[in-house]
Write a protein that binds this ligand. Structure first.
Ligand SMILES: C[S@@+](CC[C@H](N)C(=O)[O-])C[C@H]1O[C@@H](n2cnc3c(N)ncnc32)[C@H](O)[C@@H]1O
Length: 268
């Protein structure tokens, strides 16, 4: 087990650094070993018990804001890019009685997402396929709305992912992203995070109605999650807890360098 490398959400290096699909396959496989991470994350983020299908660290009630911001209509076609285990996209599709295309480059995550969709959506309402943030394999002009939660910063570069989202969205379709942004210059942050300019990229790509907003309460929930992880008694036999505690320690060290943001935009 490569516990010291498995955190992918909260640590500054893991938020900003691109990782390959083998890394994420290994991470999703390891997560199945113990429920400890999922239990702490779900409790601190307010996710319902039946949903362990998230990997990002987005508070569950952010989905109310995202559903409204995406202007989801009944039967909408939704894409969830870098969907991980699929929880957020599945829940949004369930709420609007819509259709979901989930994309990720981790085959292990996609298997877990398929299983989660089987529990929450009727047959035929969701499909999951291999693809990249920058090359999703989804058809051009094919979706009404697209989400990418806690992952756009992994794209190399993020602007290429945004261009791909614009290609896949129908004209007038809505985009929602969640990610992190430096609060002030900090050379310890990875270059990919320091150089993230989502608003500028979206303007250059012709998106309109661009909103980039800070969400301090989401960040506070992340802090609570990491503090709970650190307060959990160590268990030498549990690699998932060891990885979470490593992630929590590193994250808390640099915690005040980053803010949480949500981004909405309308495709050209
Ligand atoms: C922090 S997880 C977030 C997953 C999910 N969006 C959520 O919020 O639960 C990041 C996800 O991005 C995926 N990912 C990272 N880089 C990627 C890339 N270049 N192309 C496609 N997926 C990628 C990983 O496999 C992982 O599932």
């Amino acid at each position: 087990m490569r516990t010291e490398q498995t955190g992918t959400d909260g640590t500054v290096e893991s938020i900003g650094s691109a990782r390959d699909s083998a890394f994420f396959d290994r991470w999703y496989t390891e997560l199945q070993v113990s429920p400890v991470r999922d239990t702490i994350v779900a409790r601190c983020l307010g996710a319902p018990d039946e949903y362990v299908g998230t990997t990002g660290v987005l508070v569950w009630d952010a989905l109310d804001e995202i559903a409204a911001g995406l202007r989801l209509e009944p039967g909408a076609v939704l894409a969830d890019v870098a969907c991980g285990r699929g929880g957020y996209g599945i829940e949004l599709a369930r709420r609007c009685q819509g259709r979901l295309h989930g994309v990720d480059f981790s085959a292990v995550a996609l298997k877990l997402a398929e299983m989660a969709a089987g529990q929450h959506l009727e047959d035929g309402r969701a499909d999951f396929s291999l693809g990249l943030l920058t090359a999703t394999n989804l058809a051009e002009n094919s979706v009404d709305a697209l989400i990418c939660t806690d992952a756009v910063q992994f794209a190399e570069p993020a602007s290429a992912a945004l261009a791909e989202f614009g290609r896949v969205l129908k004209s007038g379709g809505r985009l929602a992203l969640t990610t992190w942004k430096p609060i002030r210059p900090n050379p310890r942050l990875p270059e990919s995070l320091r150089s993230l300019d989502l608003r500028g990229d979206l303007v250059r790509l012709g998106f309109s109605e661009i909103v980039v907003a800070r969400r301090e309460r989401w960040r506070a929930a992340e802090r609570a999650m990491f503090e709970e992880a650190m307060a959990t008694p160590p268990d030498a036999g549990n690699p998932v807890l060891a990885a979470l505690q490593y992630e929590a320690k590193r994250s808390l060290e640099e915690f005040d360098s980053l803010q949480r943001i949500i981004v909405f935009a309308t495709a050209p």
